[in-house]
Design a protein around this ligand. Structure first.
Ligand SMILES: [Zn+2]
Length: 165
């Protein structure tokens, strides 16, 4: 999202040359540039010690589709912390380790998606009210279960490829 008005004072922004960045919307009152804004989300491949992947169905949107555990990052969090929090909130499972996998920009939604591998010990899930179901799949099954061409499919494939090395 590109700013036309200052989010702080509401004044109209002007374009100003900012170093090597090119022309950036600038507030002459607050004396600061406002760079394009986007949200950062973490999208986790949740895997257990047997290399099974946990996918979820949400109680809103496309309820029939299995997706990955995802959420918006909060101010002050690292991606690893955000991924662990989302896994805990949505499934009740504790991530023993969280590792960055890959990233992808979701153009239509102005979201930077950070792919994370969250390792958990297999246990019974205590799913949040936002979920209908959480279910374990082999990596091969998981790739076929999620939407073809989706970002979670890409991240699951990345982890599967790393495991085969
Ligand atoms: Zn301003």
């Amino acid at each position: 999202m590109r700013f036309d008005y200052c989010p702080k004072c509401g004044g109209k922004l002007v374009l100003r040359q900012i170093g090597d960045e090119g022309e950036i919307p600038y507030c002459e009152v607050c004396q600061r540039p406002w760079f394009d804004m986007f949200s950062t989300c973490v999208l986790s491949v949740v895997a257990d010690e047997d290399n099974e992947v946990l996918l979820i169905r949400q109680s809103y949107g496309d309820t029939a589709r299995f997706v990955g555990v995802a959420g918006f990052m909060k101010v002050g969090e690292t991606p690893e912390e955000a991924a662990a929090r989302e896994v805990r909130e949505e499934t009740g499972l504790t991530a023993e380790s969280v590792k960055y996998i890959d990233s992808c920009f979701y153009d239509g939604r102005d979201q930077l998606m950070l792919g994370m591998l969250a390792r958990v010990k297999k246990a019974e899930c205590h799913i949040s009210g936002e979920l209908l179901e959480a279910k374990w799949f082999s990596f091969d099954e998981a790739v076929k279960t999620v939407r073809e061409g989706s970002i979670i499919q890409r991240f699951i494939k990345s982890v599967r490829k790393e495991m085969k090395k």
